[in-house]
Write a protein that binds this ligand. Structure first.
Ligand code: NAD
Length: 237
């Protein structure tokens, strides 16, 4: 199918996305700060918020592949802290990974893209339902959608589509971290049941399937969009 570069590939959703792209016969390049031991793919351990690391990763990618068909930006971090209590450095760190890395990877990848290549960025319903407990995270996810639209316009002449995916709660990564630190995991499942029209959170494979479709050759007229893969959460809100 082509070459897919996937950031945050070691994460809960990332693992499912890599599996979906591999099953669709993409050659996958996996970028994450965690080392990934996967012989079927090319893996590069790096700090995606560091421009030098990202440039050096794309230099390596260009030695191995002549073009990139799909760039999928999934890496992200979360931080529960009010504006009042948050350190400026923590705000900057979160923005540099959650949005900054999408700017860096797009900047590096676009010269290796061709007609039909795609960029798919991980947004979140959090960018629309801005919780007071996570101001940096919700702001970063709203910014991902604006960057996505701006990139779709910048790349229009090249026939490169740029879209975002916005999940609700996913049974993976961030949600598991919240479950692990919660005194009452049952309350989290109950909240998820209450929040989504479907009465449950999404499985990572469901998010991966949406990303694979958006990034692939059958979504040819979908561009500059955010696809809500949220079990109807936004319709209930
Ligand atoms: N889990 C959910 O409910 C949910 C819902 C909506 C959106 N999302 C988004 O999906 C994406 C993946 O989330 P997840 O739940 O799989 O979380 P996760 O923590 O399992 O995955 C995040 C990945 O990003 C990597 N990463 C973080 N900072 C990095 C850095 N500086 N350099 C390189 N890699 C870095 C981590 O190592 C990790 O592998 C995130 O962007 C998150 O905001 C998650």
């Amino acid at each position: 199918m082509g070459v897919a570069v996937i950031t945050g590939a070691a994460g809960g959703i990332g693992v499912a996305v890599v599996k979906a792209f591999e099953n669709a016969n993409y050659d996958c390049v996996l970028l994450d700060r965690q080392k990934i031991d996967k012989p079927s793919s090319v893996s590069i351990a790096l700090d995606l918020s560091n421009p030098v690391d990202v440039q050096s990763a794309f230099a390596k990618i260009s030695e191995r592949f002549s073009e990139i068909d799909a760039l999928v930006n999934l890496a992200g971090v979360n931080l529960r802290s009010s504006v009042r209590n948050m350190q400026v450095t923590d705000w900057d760190k979160l923005m540099n990974i959650n949005v900054g890395h999408m700017f860096l990877t797009a900047k590096c990848a676009m010269s290796m893209m061709r007609l039909g290549s795609t960029i798919t960025n991980m947004a979140s319903i959090s960018g629309h339902v801005a919780s007071a407990d996570y101001p940096a995270y919700v702001t970063s996810k709203a910014a991902v959608e604006s960057l996505t639209i701006a990139l779709s316009k910048e790349l229009k002449g090249a026939g490169i589509r740029v879209n975002a995916v916005a999940p609700g709660w996913v049974n993976a990564g961030f949600t598991h971290a919240a479950l692990d630190t919660s005194d009452d995991p049952g309350a989290i499942f109950a909240a998820a049941k209450e929040a989504h029209l479907l009465g449950r959170m999404a499985e990572p494979d469901e998010i991966a399937d949406a990303i694979l479709w958006l990034a692939g050759p059958t979504a040819t007229s979908v561009n500059g969009q955010t696809l809500f893969v949220d079990g109807g959460l936004m319709r209930k809100h």
